[in-house]
Design a protein around this ligand. Structure first.
Ligand code: GLN
Length: 498
């Protein structure tokens, strides 16, 4: 198999056994990017090839000197462009950060480097991670590798498309309301939003701090698990991180049988009017496959599901307005000129922020004022508490809950703008996990008809390992094709022939 479609653990193993060098791995992915990047535009910045090859060469030399190779030795990883990488520009896909070069690495990037990974570049996103399609990026959208007339999802659309197209084996995304899982589902890759506080956010642009998570995207569940294992852990620079107790740094294995596993299907999710019939069918077929492997599947109820979207919108807008106040033209990026300090602030923000960002800042600022503030915040927070209590209840009965990741497959460009329902409901399945902090994993579960569908697995706090094991069990059984019809054109939608 060509290097670029190999799974990450095997690729690293081959590098460690010196069957391939880090330079050969890096070159294979750089060549692939030459073929596909012009078609999908997943990256906002890629360092000169020579820079990456120099780093790869240094890995090869270190290995030759007998250095112990890290878990991601020689593996290129793409970073969503709302995370700081020393020596690379950072834009958050916003004009307001133009010219900003962070002088340090985000903790996740530092951990990647320590594990021997190569930073492949910065991927496109919706401006400040606000959106579900990458269409709000100030630098133009990314195209879905499965069908270039469709969006890749968002906000981590570049991260998902880069991995799906084989430009990198792994990428990092951020998820405040679904921004890792929905693009993962639209591009046919796996994406994890971990438990709140499992992965440090130091050096990552804050959108809504009580909802923000960082996580991995990969073509295979095992690869996502590996990246998660490298990244997780307490970081004194993000006070909300914590060490998951008692779980060893070990790759979660697939299960021979799912006997004894109880899976709940929240009926509110499967009966929602926004749910596309073919998406529903694909997810239920996947659930059947889990049942055939011995899982006990039962319908259940999450009554507060239907209020999550509204609660999210209130909390997200208020927190975003407050977080984005620091981009004033003084500290970071672009600066307009003004007669007074006030004018400088206003002009910088007026010129630098795009429409969607302004809309949310205005909404959040308005909501954050008396008399509506205490009332709305109180209610949104109550929804969050109810949802958490209902989930806790369900997790006494079930090991895993399953829903679709998104109500639809990837939609055409412009559809979000035209279709209010599509816009409103894009995140209904992903938001509850952000509000409650529980881990949620999206895994490819088929095509409808030629576009990937994602299934979402949710578990109690800190149960990433279980989610990975169940998802790997499913993935092994289902064997969905991994290659989109780009470049060499080897991907054909449908079940792989034995
Ligand atoms: N699509 C959602 C929004 O627009 C989620 C964004 C995110 O997770 N960053 O708010």
């Amino acid at each position: 198999m060509s290097l670029i479609w190999e799974d990450v653990a095997r690729l690293r193993q081959r590098a460690v056994r010196r069957e391939v060098s880090a330079v050969e791995i890096a070159s294979a992915f750089l060549e692939r990017q030459e073929v596909t990047e012009g078609k999908i535009r997943a990256f906002l910045y890629r360092p000169p090839a020579e820079e990456i090859l120099t780093q790869a060469r240094s890995l090869d030399e270190r290995m030759a000197r007998g250095e112990e190779p890290g878990l991601l030795w020689g593996i290129p990883v793409a970073i969503k462009d709302n995370m700081a990488v020393e020596g690379m520009p950072m834009t958050a896909a916003s004009r307001i950060l133009e010219g900003y070069h962070p002088p340090y690495d985000a903790t996740v990037v530092k951990k990647l480097r320590e594990a021997g990974a190569l930073v492949a570049g910065k991927t496109n996103l919706d401006e400040w991670a606000m959106g579900s399609s990458t269409e709000t990026s100030a630098f133009g959208p990314t195209y879905n590798p499965w069908d270039r007339s469709r969006v890749p999802g968002g906000s981590s659309g570049g991260a998902a498309a880069a991995v799906a197209a084989g430009e990198v084996p792994l990428s990092l995304g951020s998820d405040t309301g679904g921004s890792i899982r929905q693009p993962a589902s639209f591009c046919g890759v796996a994406g994890l939003k971990p438990t709140y506080g499992h992965i440090s956010r130091y050096g990552v642009a804050s959108l809504a701090s009580s909802l923000d998570h960082i996580g991995p995207l990969a073509r295979r569940v095992a690869d996502a698990a590996l990246l998660y294992l490298v990244l997780r852990g307490r970081d004194p620079l993000d006070g909300q991180t914590w060490e998951a107790p008692g779980t060893p740094l070990e790759m979660p294995q697939p299960l021979d049988s799912l006997k004894g596993w109880r899976i709940g299907l929240p009926k509110e999710a499967f009966t929602h009017p926004a749910l596309d019939a073919q998406v529903k069918e694909a997810v239920l077929a996947a659930v059947e496959l889990l049942a055939a492997r011995g899982a006990q599947v039962e319908e259940c109820s999450l009554p507060t599901f239907h209020l999550s979207l509204e609660a999210y919108q209130v909390l997200m807008a208020m927190e975003a307005a407050s977080n984005l106040a620091r981009f004033d033209g003084i500290r970071y990026g672009r600066r307009a000129t003004g007669e007074s300090l006030q004018e400088l602030y206003a002009k910088t923000r007026g010129q630098g922020f795009g429409f969607e960002v302004k809309r949310r800042i205005l909404l959040g600022t308005y909501l954050g004022q008396a008399p509506q503030y205490p009332l709305l915040w109180e209610r949104a927070d109550k929804v969050r508490r109810l949802l958490r209590a209902e989930m806790e209840d369900l997790f006494r009965r079930f090991h895993v809950l399953i829903t679709p990741t998104s109500p639809t497959v990837a939609f055409p460009f412009g559809a979000l703008e035209r279709d209010g329902d599509l816009r409103s409901y894009a995140d209904i399945y992903t938001i509850p996990a952000n509000l409650t902090g529980v881990p949620a994993l999206s895994v490819p579960c088929g095509f409808a008809p030629h576009l990937p569908v994602g299934m979402q697995l949710l578990g109690p706090w800190g149960t990433e390992e279980s989610l990975f094991r169940v998802a790997r069990t499913y993935e092994e059984e289902a064997q969905w094709p991994l290659k989109p019809p780009l470049g060499e054109g080897t991907g054909v939608a449908g079940r792989r022939q034995p």
